[in-house]
Write a protein that binds this ligand. Structure first.
Ligand SMILES: NC(=O)c1ccc[n+]([C@@H]2O[C@H](COP(=O)([O-])OP(=O)(O)OC[C@H]3O[C@@H](n4cnc5c(N)ncnc54)[C@H](OP(=O)(O)O)[C@@H]3O)[C@@H](O)[C@H]2O)c1
Length: 346
């Protein structure tokens, strides 16, 4: 993925050791950038990346560590977020996704960076009433994670209006691809014949293949039209959940799941699991956000990114799912299927 104009630029990626962060770092290195990453555990960064980039060890909740990471940078991609940990309270999301973002903003202002690309989420729109939704859809977060991302994004816009430092917000939809483990359970359950659809399966879900997202990110860093704008960056089209599940079944070589169960008992059980587990910092076996996968309408349009950024998602859903399944298979997470391609490690 090449983006003219990035060669030689001094870039910081927060959350460089995460799923998105690693892919972004690789793309920036491929484009000749001098990449620095803010990471909590430098030792767990893949060896090849460690050799090709600079690492600053630190937490976004530590303002001094963030300042060290931002010093001397031109472009900052703020990707770090507390996202997958279901065993924590709402306050923990706030500390990382809002206070941590404030630290990044203060450091970017102090060091007068040239450009900030902030990673938000389509989740700030919550359950969208009118589909496909665009960037002007109401901000109506429905859980602690989404509320913290919405508040973090609001801090970014207030800061941009005050400082005028060129800023772009990216709102990805569900990110998947080699290196991701969020969608792994879905693939595994479908392959094992254990998947149960809650509700009708007719609501839409919108996926974002990682290479498509990275293309969007790079365009945000170089396009003048990106400044002062938020972009939904996702695959070309959303799909009904029934369709998504059938396509996953196709790539993992399984029967299409046929069972549908009512949502509400699972939602109630999720609330009970959270109430019992979260105070003890135990990961709840079921939580309401997982049930939300079946109940939230997520269908978006990428027209604005296409128009202003020239964003053109190159990897379609079937190919993205095939590459993802192939990677899970190379890692031993999924049973091989006949004819499955071998994926490269991200
Ligand atoms: N995945 C999706 O479907 C999706 C959809 C929309 C938006 N997003 C957004 O996309 C971004 C990347 O998500 P992802 O899927 O790549 O998640 P991920 O793999 O969990 O990566 C998140 C990164 O943030 C880092 N991080 C968390 N807390 C931190 C802290 N206190 N200080 C410093 N770093 C910290 C993590 O560090 P460690 O490596 O040390 O854990 C990790 O590297 C996030 O901003 C997320 O909100 C994700």
């Amino acid at each position: 993925m090449s983006a003219a104009g990035l060669a030689g630029r001094r870039v910081l990626v927060t959350g460089a050791n995460g799923f998105t962060g690693r892919h972004l770092v690789r793309a920036l290195l491929d484009n000749g950038c001098q990449v620095r990453g803010l990471v909590r555990r430098p030792g767990s960064m893949p060896e090849d990346l460690r050799r090709s980039m600079e690492l600053v060890a630190g937490d976004v909740r530590d303002a001094q560590a963030v300042d060290r990471a931002v010093a001397g940078r031109e472009i900052v991609f703020h990707v770090a977020a507390l996202y997958r940990d279901t065993s924590v309270s709402g306050g923990a999301y706030w500390d990382v996704n809002v206070t941590g973002t404030e630290h990044v903003l203060a450091a970017c202002e102090r060091h007068r960076i040239a450009r900030l690309i902030h990673c938000s989420t389509v989740g700030v729109h919550g359950h969208v009433a009118q589909v496909p939704a665009d960037e002007t859809a109401p901000v109506r977060p429905t859980d602690a994670y989404q509320r913290s991302k919405a508040a973090g994004e609001a801090r970014v816009w207030a800061w941009y209006r005050r400082t005028g430092i060129p800023t772009t917000v990216v709102r990805p939809a569900g990110i998947y691809g080699p290196g991701d483990d969020r969608f792994l359970k879905l693939f595994q359950r479908i392959q094992r014949g254990q998947f149960l659809m809650l509700g009708s399966g007719r609501l839409f879900f919108h996926m974002t293949y990682i290479d498509n997202l990275i293309q969007g990110y790079l365009r945000c860093a170089i396009e003048p039209a990106a400044i002062g704008e938020a972009f939904i960056v996702a695959d070309a089209q959303p799909v009904p959940l029934n369709d998504l599940v059938a396509r996953v079944a196709g790539v993992v070589g399984s029967e299409v799941p046929r069972w549908h169960l009512p949502v509400w008992p699972f939602y109630a059980a999720g609330a009970v699991c959270e109430a019992l587990c979260v105070p003890l910092r135990i990961r709840p076996p079921l939580h309401r956000r997982r049930v939300g996968f079946f109940t939230h309408q997520r269908a978006f349009t990428i027209a604005k990114a296409q128009r202003l950024l020239g964003y053109a998602p190159a990897v379609g859903l079937d190919e993205g799912l095939r590459r993802t399944a192939a990677w899970y298979q190379t890692q031993g997470y999924l049973r091989p299927t006949n004819g499955a391609a071998r994926g490269a490690r991200p």
